[in-house]
Design a protein around this ligand. Structure first.
Ligand SMILES: *Cc1c(COP(=O)(O)O)cnc(C)c1O
Length: 420
């Protein structure tokens, strides 16, 4: 019998979303007439921008003719025509010196953030000889934690679900959802900005503090900018490379999932600046770009031609306008939610530069108690903040990914229930 990877047994059994599902199903079974509105899960609701649809239809036709047919790519990194547009529109136009050769197109940011650990030493718990010390924020996007657990980069979880060896950086209203710089050495730090789940962003100055810390201590920042397109305040950086020196200490993950409704279509990319290095056992420096390229070309044959054409079309004049419209639509939902919830007496964070609203639970309720109240009294499903980490206790996440009608209906139910 083959031996399994025992590190998988340390994972908490995907507690959050199954438990939400269980409670929602039980309520729906007991109240079949209730019209439940789901404001919990972070999936988009609106269809793809027409420019992407049109380009993908055309790409399907390309595959039907010998002259335009595309098979394997020479390099899994992605077609030049897509990477050139990414470099130009997402980086160079913002003053970031990112070259198309530093961009790796992928099937999304979830797989890249997880797979990226392949090029680092694993199986050594932090603090042990040669083990990488990993820092995450609390609350956190669970993928960062679970992928490190799978790689054996942590010890076991305690009864609060925290893994031994990981450095947790709390983000609460008390510190304005700004994770503190670690007071000990760490090798890698995950930063998700704009943040899922809190909806918080960091100022240029605060991101610069992370870049300074990383450069001085030799740490690597894994910067997840999946929600950058939702930034509305002009002074907030969209990319970590807007900060001088970031090319020496950070990789950046991007995704078309939330930007352009690609959650089911699948496309994103990762930026690995040339010159960014890690250290080998003998102490020599090795380029991460070269390692990731080797990894991808061994384990990945690239994103479908059709989907890359769809992503490319997002950068056309029409595509950019349609993406803007999509995001403006969700952000108008977010604005209505912020106003409606605030008027109902709830303290709300986020929702200005991100499609997530992070609600303080009323009357010191626990996250799950407020979840139950919203479900039973308003027939609304949120996501308990405690499911994202212990510092999420006392909060609940709502997402602005929904139809306008559902958002308005949800707000009027909450207002009726909470009216004093
Ligand atoms: C949704 C999301 C992603 C995007 O994942 P994809 O695999 O590209 O769909 C990445 N990071 C965070 C924090 C997310 O919430």
């Amino acid at each position: 019998m083959p031996r399994i990877n025992d590190h998988f047994l340390k994972l908490k059994a995907g507690y959050l979303f199954p438990e939400i599902g269980r409670r929602v199903r039980a309520f729906a079974a007991a109240n079949p007439q209730a019209k439940i509105i789901k404001l919990g899960i972070g999936d988009v609701t609106e269809p793809l921008p027409p420019a992407a649809i049109e380009a993908m239809h055309k790409a399907v036709d390309d595959q039907s003719k010998r002259e335009t047919f595309r098979g394997y790519m020479d390099d899994s990194q992605g077609y030049d025509w897509l990477r050139d547009k990414i470099a130009r529109f997402d980086f160079q136009q913002r003053g970031c010196e990112i070259d198309a050769s530093e961009i790796f197109v992928s099937d999304g940011a979830k797989s890249d953030t997880g797979n990226f650990l392949d090029i680092f030493r694993s199986g050594h718990a932090p603090g042990s000889e040669g083990g990488n010390v990993i820092a995450v924020t609390d609350p956190v996007y669970p993928v960062y934690v679970d992928t490190n657990v799978m790689e054996g980069n942590t010890g076991a979880a305690n009864e609060r679900g925290e893994f031994d060896g990981l450095v947790y950086l709390p983000m609460t209203a008390d510190n304005d959802f700004t994770a503190p710089i670690p007071d000990k050495h760490v090798d890698m730090i995950y930063l998700c900005l704009p943040n899922n789940p809190t909806g918080a962003v960091l100022s240029r100055l605060d991101i610069a503090k992370w870049v300074d810390y990383a450069r001085q201590s030799g740490a690597l920042i894994l910067f997840d900018a999946a929600y950058e397109a939702y930034i509305t305040e002009p002074e907030i950086p969209h990319s970590i490379y807007e900060i001088p020196g970031a090319c020496e200490c950070a990789v950046e993950f991007r995704s078309y999932s939330k930007t352009a409704g690609f959650t089911g279509t699948r496309c994103g990319y990762t930026v690995i600046p040339k010159g960014l290095t890690g250290s080998a056992a003998n102490g020599s420096k090795v380029e991460l770009h070269q390692l990731w390229s080797r990894r991808q070309n061994t384990k990945f044959n690239g994103v479908s031609y059709i989907v890359q054409r769809g992503a490319e079309a997002l950068y056309s004049d029409a595509g950019r306008a349609q993406v803007r419209e999509l995001i403006d639509f969700y952000m108008e939902n977010a604005r209505l939610m912020r106003e409606g919830l605030t008027a109902a007496g709830i303290t709300v964070y986020g929702g200005v530069n991100a499609p997530y609203l992070w609600l303080r639970t009323p009357n010191q309720m626990t996250s799950w108690a407020f979840f139950d109240l919203l479900l039973t009294d308003c027939h609304i499903v949120g996501t308990p903040g405690s499911g994202f980490g212990k510092s999420g206790e006392g909060y609940l996440r709502l997402s602005a990914f929904n139809s306008r009608a559902n958002v308005e209906e949800a707000l009027s139910r909450i207002a009726r229930r909470l009216k004093v």
